[in-house]
Design a protein. Structure first.
Length: 440
């Protein structure tokens, strides 16, 4: 026994050690990576007297013993890992109690590669297919995933798991993925839309033709969402509208059986936002088609002029004049505006496998006759596609910054050939949130 151990220390039982998660992810060179909380105890012993140590078990080239830090005192400790390299390793955590008895647990760790431009990046874990985001104030954001119907609340400034989740599948009467791709907030109501297109194999899936609302109460970490109303015929209304106008955009052919959505002449919605000064006209932004589907092509927005009545009362959608925007041959991956009706548009490829294709950020004033202005290119040298703008800063201020989120679902994050969306452990799935300077 040590000099400071009580004389009866040998009488203590085996200490206990539990982890808040058995799987942890990080990134090489990242700051603010997620941590694991360790809870320790030993009968009636003072937990501060227990020693917690960490060591590398398998692959020190990913993270060695010296890269694992244990902080805190008492019953609650935290374990953080600074990744050395991309890949997987197991780490051993050991608590030693009074009397010399000890117990160990294994922490399974995965590290993704360094991202050179993203020193301030944060990683939202538990999901890899971020597809739409809505700011809820207080530094928090609700993020949708196009591979599930779960909405997740994250701290925008921290890497880690969601603070809260909601899955409204049951209330919406859906059993498959809605393929949520766009969102827009007006007041305390958030409108969410599926892609409205066929699945990647060209099959019609009714659940993708879902638009629904949620009501926001509270803000920040206390945000709550409740399900509002839904509408499941917007795709049908769009096809009928296009047919009545001479099949200008080819919606009927693009939604036919066997037609995949991510073609230059396909049918796939990825953006949703309200028109300037309006709470009832929603801009529906298309990833496909480009118009015309040749040459550079322009991005398409179709205004739904009665979106409130459509979703709340089931009224058939009414449409305004379509808007065609020159985004340098790219299409709409997200569109978001601020209270001053300043818009940011994330522009990207219509293609299905486009992680290495160009992305760019544009500003716009929401007026159909006015051209968008290119602000900057977005990097494409790393896995993942830019899918969501959290909110829009004042674009009249030089040096304004906006936070964008990637869909990393098809990315091989850890170098073993496994796409992120197929990882067995949800804790290893993640999307990246990065701040970019968008003006000046």
């Amino acid at each position: 026994m040590g000099l400071n151990a009580p004389a009866h220390a040998a009488g203590y039982g085996t200490p206990t050690l539990s982890l808040s998660a058995g799987y942890l992810t990080g990134a090489v060179g990242a700051s603010g990576d997620p941590v694991v909380t360790v809870t320790v105890g030993q009968g009636g012993a003072d937990a501060s007297a227990l020693t917690v140590a960490a060591s590398a078990s398998t692959k020190a080239s990913v993270a060695g013993t010296g890269d694992v830090k244990v902080t805190g005192t008492g019953a609650i400790r935290q374990v953080a890992v600074a990744a050395r390299g991309r890949g997987y390793t197991d780490l051993t955590l050991k608590v030693t109690g009074l009397g010399g008895k000890s117990v160990t647990r294994t922490l399974h760790y995965a590290a993704s590669a360094a991202v050179q431009y993203a020193s301030g990046a944060r990683y939202f874990t538990g999901s890899s297919d971020a597809s739409a985001a809505v700011d809820v104030g207080g530094g928090y954001v609700v993020v949708a995933d196009d591979e599930s119907n779960t909405l997740r609340l994250y701290d925008r400034s921290a890497s880690g798991a969601p603070v809260r989740t909601w899955d409204f599948s049951s209330g919406l009467g859906v059993s498959k993925e809605i393929d949520i791709e766009g969102a827009a907030r007006v007041g305390n109501t958030v409108y969410w839309t599926g892609s409205l297109g066929n699945n990647k194999d060209g099959e019609y899936k009714a659940d993708r033709n879902t638009v629904f609302t949620t009501t926001v109460t509270g803000s920040g970490a206390t945000t709550q969402l409740t399900l509002g109303h839904s509408y499941k015929k917007l795709r049908d209304d769009l096809v009928a509208w296009d047919r009545a106008n001479g099949d200008r955009y080819g919606f009927a052919a693009a939604t036919a059986a066997g037609q995949p959505p991510k073609r230059i002449d396909g049918f796939n919605v990825e953006g949703l936002e309200f028109a300037p000064g309006s709470t009832t006209t929603a801009y529906v932004g298309f990833r496909a088609p480009l118009v015309p589907p040749a040459g550079g092509g322009k991005a398409l927005i179709v205004p739904v002029t009665n979106i409130d009545k459509v979703v709340n009362s089931g009224v058939k959608a009414a449409f305004g004049a379509p808007i065609e925007l020159d985004l340098g041959g790219l299409s709409i991956r997200d569109i978001r505006k601020n209270a001053a009706d300043q818009y940011l548009i994330v522009a990207g490829s219509w293609a299905a496998d486009d992680n290495s294709d160009p992305y760019a950020l544009y500003s716009w004033d929401g007026v159909a006759a006015h051209a968008p202005v290119k602000l900057r290119d977005l990097p494409t040298s790393d896995p993942g596609g830019w899918e969501a703008v959290v909110d829009v800063p004042d674009l009249s201020v030089p040096g304004a910054r906006a936070q964008l989120i990637t869909d990393d679902g098809s990315a091989d994050l850890y170098g073993d050939g496994t796409e992120a969306k197929d990882l067995t452990h949800p804790e290893w799935r993640k999307s990246r949130a990065t701040w970019f300077t968008v003006t000046g």
